[in-house]
Ligand binder design. Structure first.
Ligand SMILES: *[C@@H]1O[C@H](CO)[C@@H](O)[C@H](O)[C@H]1NC(C)=O
Length: 363
């Protein structure tokens, strides 16, 4: 039967395998890693905030914000932040000269806003949570922190000889490759029940097990609680957010006043406090753009379409576990913030673990 063109096109589009985007697999992996680091009381409290279809888990809502981005235009600017003057890999500038766009309307502001929204327990907590889970993921994708060529969307490269957007390599292809190449042994469950109960039968479950087993429980075990820390003083950091100087970030009536920390230290960036510090956390992620993310060949104004699935690029990133570590950091930090807002303080005090559940302790 001859299908009308529009219909057959539609069928074709549906057949093309969905490239796993940071918008899907990456975001869900980060959320699943967060789920296993939640304290039991936070896990329970989040159940009543999450929509029913999520079945008390963060993973199913992680990609929601990308799906509604085109209907809700206002939210699309919250998925990235672009420092003025930033041009990786030649030179990386993260806010020293201010930010593009409207003050506070960017990824850092979105994380600040949704955190406060959940904390204040205002109506709309479900929406705020869904945005928050997504934004924490975006923040751990280095190209969401730079405006050069729209975060690499305007630059073509090659991946397995196919021409693709540079941004797409980071959104999906690097992760898809690592998922495909996960050692077979990670098909088997880990001995940690809190890890296994957070997994949802996804194609990337083995990859998450690898991240946890090799990274979180071994290579990075001593750093994990450090990832969650926000500095208590910003004295050493020069001149943030010049356009905010003297202005208050949150000025709407009914919103909580600047916290004591920020009041005592005028240089504290308006997005950062002791609960969540997207600027502080974002700085070293943004710096990766100059260190390893933008290949030297892309430094010129008219870069050639270079192949990136090579030992020198994708191979090096994999060897250094760059992508794995970003996904892990995103998950751990997400859990830290949610624990602080939703966990029972008595339980937190009794556990004596820091801001996230220690996966070495089985419970
Ligand atoms: C802050 O978050 C809430 C909850 O998701 C949202 O409705 C609101 O539009 C956000 N405001 C800004 C300025 O991002």
């Amino acid at each position: 039967m001859q299908l009308p063109i529009s219909l057959s096109l539609l069928a074709l589009v549906q057949l093309v395998p969905q490239v796993a985007a940071w918008g899907a697999a990456g975001h869900e992996i980060v959320a699943d890693i967060a789920q296993m680091h939640l304290f039991p009381s936070a896990r329970e409290a989040l159940c009543s905030v999450l929509p029913d279809y999520a079945k008390c888990q963060l993973g199913p809502v992680a990609a929601w914000a990308d799906k509604i981005k085109y209907r809700n235009r206002w939210s699309s600017e919250l998925h990235y932040v672009n420092g003025i003057g930033d041009h990786p890999g030649n030179h990386c500038v993260f806010g020293e000269e201010g930010w593009m766009g409207k003050p506070g309307i960017n990824l850092l502001g979105g994380i600040r806003n949704t955190t406060d929204w959940m904390k204040d327990g205002k109506p709309g907590a479900e929406e705020a949570l869904k945005f928050f889970v997504h934004f924490l993921g975006d923040m751990h994708m280095p190209l969401h922190l730079t405006g050069r060529a729209k975060g690499g969307n305007g630059i073509s490269v090659k991946w397995n000889r196919r021409t693709v957007k540079f941004h797409g390599v980071w959104d999906g292809m690097l992760i898809a490759k690592e998922i495909r190449e996960t050692p077979y042994k990670y098909e088997n469950p880990l001995p940690n029940p809190q890890v296994e109960s957070a997994l949802r039968g996804a194609i990337y479950d083995p990859y998450i097990r690898q991240i946890i087993w090799e990274g979180v429980l071994n290579e990075w075990a001593d750093e994990v609680q450090e990832w969650t820390q926000c500095p208590s003083s910003f004295e050493d950091v020069p001149n943030f957010y010049p356009e905010y100087a003297g202005s208050e970030f949150r000025t709407q009536p009914g919103q909580i006043p600047l916290n004591a920390l920020r009041a005592s230290s005028p240089k504290v960036p308006p997005t950062d406090d002791a609960t969540v510090c997207p600027f502080t956390w974002g700085q070293p992620i943004h710096a990766l753009n100059c260190e390893i993310v933008w290949p030297r060949e892309l430094n010129s104004d008219n870069p050639p379409h270079i192949e990136l699935d090579t030992p020198e690029y994708s191979g090096k990133l994999k060897k250094q576990k760059i992508v794995m570590k970003l996904l892990a950091m995103g998950g751990v930090r997400m859990a830290a913030v949610l624990n602080e807002i939703f966990a029972d303080p008595e339980e937190v005090a009794a556990l004596q673990m820091g801001r996230v559940l220690d996966l070495k302790v089985w419970m």
